[in-house]
Structure formats: C-alpha cells, structure tokens
Design a protein around this ligand. Structure first.
Ligand SMILES: [Zn+2]
Ligand SMILES: [Zn+2]
Length: 151
C-alpha cells in the first residue's frame, strides 16, 4: 500500500484512499499524452502505431506530430480523429487547421484534424486559420519548435 501511495496511484484522503489513476497494465498511461502528460480527450487523440504492438497516445495533433517527428521512421502509422465526425483518419491523409479563432484543443498552437479538405476549408471560412497538409504541418511545427524551444 505504501508503495502505491509513493508511486502516485492512490492518494490519501480523509475517508481513506482514493484511486487517482489506474495502475498500469499492459497499456501504459493510456489516458496521458506521451509528450505533455495532459489528459487525453478521445476526440483529439493522436495515436502512433509503433513496432511490437506499441501504441503511443498524444493529446492532440500538436503533440502527436511533434512526437512523430521525434520517432521518425519508427512510426508505422499515425491515426487521428476528424474534428467534426470523430472518424479515425490516417494522419498522413488528414488536413490540419492551425491558428483558428475557436479555441477547443489543449495545446498551442492548436491543431485540428479533418478527414475532408472541403470541411477544413469551410471551418477556416467560419473560424479563421489556415489549412495544412500533413507534411506542411510537420514542417511548420518543427520550425516553430526550434524557434520557441517549448510546447
Ligand atoms: Zn500533449
Ligand atoms: Zn494537446
């Protein structure tokens, strides 16, 4: 029990103990972003499929793409969800909207993913920002990272 408290899995409260997060099983820290440790919301999750059945979850396309850049060729596939329909899309085929005025995501710059370029264009018409392909997003984030040196 003391071990668990020290590890942060449970927290001592007045009434006894409270489970603060699940004890890791096969999949580790599935609810936490691999990059910034913030809570993952399924709608914004960005999944990186790695060799040996390892899956890393990032909280949003921003963290996901940075992580993918770090891992390089080790990433077998990256998956994200369409912001409007919640459908899973292969990140390399998705369209990304950056710098829109509608703030919904967790990280800055906020990056929203879309399956359909037309939807991304319509979103930009309504809320501003710019539509990028996967490759353009990757490059743009990398340049920003180098310049700002932080997430
Ligand atoms: Zn994150
Ligand atoms: Zn995020």
């Amino acid at each position: 029990m003391i071990y668990l408290v020290e590890e942060g899995y449970i927290m001592k409260t007045f009434g006894g103990i409270t489970l603060v997060r699940e004890v890791p099983g096969v999949i580790q820290n599935v609810n936490e972003c691999v990059l910034c440790n913030c809570q993952i919301i399924s709608r914004f999750v960005y999944k990186l499929i790695l060799p040996n059945n390892i899956i890393e979850n990032a909280c949003c396309a921003h963290c996901g793409i940075i992580r993918q850049y770090q891992l390089g060729d080790n990433v077998i596939q990256a998956l994200c969800n369409d912001f409007l329909t919640d459908r899973t899309v292969s990140a390399s085929l998705a369209w990304f909207v950056m710098n829109s005025s509608l703030r919904v995501g967790c990280c800055r710059p906020q990056i929203l993913s879309f399956e359909n370029k037309e939807h991304a264009d319509k979103f930009v018409q309504a809320f501003g920002g710019k539509v990028f392909s996967f490759q353009e997003t990757l490059e743009s984030i990398h340049i920003k990272q180098v310049r700002e040196k932080r997430c």
